[in-house]
Design a protein around this ligand. Sequence first.
Ligand SMILES: [Zn+2]
Length: 259
Amino acid sequence: MSALQFIDTHCHLDFPEFDQDRQAVLQGAKNNAVRQIIIPAVTQATWSRSIELCQQQSSCYLALGLHPVFIAQHQSTHLEKITELVKRNQAVAIGEIGLDYYLKQLDRKKQQSFFSQQLCIAKHIGLPAIIHCRKAHDDCIKMLRQHTPAGGIIHAFNGSLQQANKYIEMGFLLGFGGMLTYSRSSKLRKLAVQLPLESIVLETDAPDMTVAQHRGSRNSPEYIPYIAEALAEIRNESVAEIGATTTANAHRVFPGLEL
Ligand SMILES: [Zn+2]
């Protein structure tokens, strides 16, 4: 068996929460066998920050997109720039894009418009999509059926087994993070056992959604092994197997990641 390895498929390491110690966090992640980290961008105003980080750090890979939670900030002129920036900066995915119906103040019509336009871009360029979806799986599945991008990840998946299977049929993987480390996440843990390991990737969503071991503090890509350990325990598989398979899964869905 090759050495232990993990990929954090969803980490906002460009956020200001990491400005004081980003290098130390990157080193800590490396020490914990987290070999690669995908950085999904969230707004046009912060794209340059994500691009710069991924240029400077060989372990960091860029995803470019407009996040639904920041829908009020997005303009159609931002969409026009995505294709060119993706090509110039070797982005491995379009993201973070999607639908958030949990936060009631977000304009749903505008979210749907930006999501479908970014799915079109992903399909046109041939890149996978990193999708944020809260309380909107039925609409999300419908829109993916219309646009069929080249697969991707449903990040922080928290839907039903039936919904998971629909995403898997469309070539999507499901991202599992810190919530798995909480024993009270019984529905999510049950789902993580029912799904084939080939459909799962690991993610932190740092600085948010921290693991039980660091409850109340900032999340970090360094904590990926806690998520792998939780998954290994509930699935009755080894951490090495979880690491190897989820790493292979991430490489399959993101062909732009170096081997
Ligand atoms: Zn995110």
